[in-house]
Design a protein around this ligand. Structure first.
Ligand code: PEP
Length: 249
């Protein structure tokens, strides 16, 4: 049985006042909640891990550097993330790939760093609008998987998030058939490279405009083990129904 995971990416949103959303979310959780990972901006990591103490919510960072320390102004390292009490780190989000020119090789190096610090890497992959229009989706996804994942992937140290770039923050969602096609492809690719046991055990999340209104049907798609949610993770009132839908799935 693969774990179900509801992950929230707050992106560059929220100051200390936003931590009250973690209390509100804890209070709104269903009886048997899935795994929940909230990824606030890095200045909030220490306080967020304190805020969820005693709650099933886990905390993750949105990125980490491949080096453990050094002259990298503005960056945070995997040991720093782990020191905060966080358990996860999002790597290779399309916004980092686009705006910070992160390559698959960068994501792979960061993944190794995350593992060394005991963190679970949530590795994001996804095609652009133009790539989908050109019929290149599976080629792009395959290449990103091959390039971003180091040897040593296990179901405990890695989560894959399929996030079509054109669906992020746009309100556009792929059809359920399109989601199924890509998730099946990812599952097969992982099984081919890492063996059936690991391939079948790795959690695969869908991300891109997930909301309470579409969560149930997305979670019913085979090989969708949860979601990485941006906008709708900022408020407990929006995220709790998504968590509840996953708990029911
Ligand atoms: C994301 O950025 O990871 C994301 C899925 O955003 P949204 O849910 O807002 O589309």
């Amino acid at each position: 049985m693969r774990p179900k995971i509801a992950a929230g990416n707050w992106k560059m949103n929220g100051t200390a006042a936003a931590l009250s959303e973690l209390d509100a979310l804890t209070r709104a959780l269903p009886e048997n909640p899935p795994q929940i990972v909230i990824c606030p901006p890095s200045p909030l990591l220490f306080r967020a891990t304190d805020a969820v103490h005693g709650s099933p919510i886990q905390i993750g960072a949105q990125d980490c550097h491949a080096e453990a320390s050094g002259a990298y102004t503005g960056d945070i390292s995997a040991p720093m993330v782990a020191d905060s009490g966080a358990s996860h780190v999002i790597l290779g989000h399309s916004e980092r790939r686009e705006m910070h020119r992160e390559t698959d090789a960068d994501v792979q190096a960061k993944t190794r760093a995350a593992w060394t610090s005991g963190l679970t890497a949530i590795i994001c992959i996804g095609e652009s609008d133009a790539q989908r229009e050109a019929g290149e989706t599976l080629d792009v996804i395959g290449a990103q998987l091959d390039g971003s994942l180091p040897e040593g992937v296990t179901a405990e140290n890695t989560v894959i998030a399929y996030e079509p770039i054109w669906a992020i923050g746009t309100g556009k969602v792929p059809s359920l058939e399109q989601i199924a096609e890509v998730h099946d492809f990812i599952r097969n690719r992982l099984a081919t490279r890492f063996g059936a046991e690991i391939g079948n055990a790795l959690p695969l999340l869908y991300g891109g405009s997930v909301k309470a209104s579409n969560a149930t049907e997305i979670f019913a798609v085979e090989n969708v083990d949860g979601a990485l949610v941006g906008g709708a993770s900022l408020k407990a009132d929006d995220f709790a129904p998504i968590v509840a839908a996953l708990a029911r799935a």
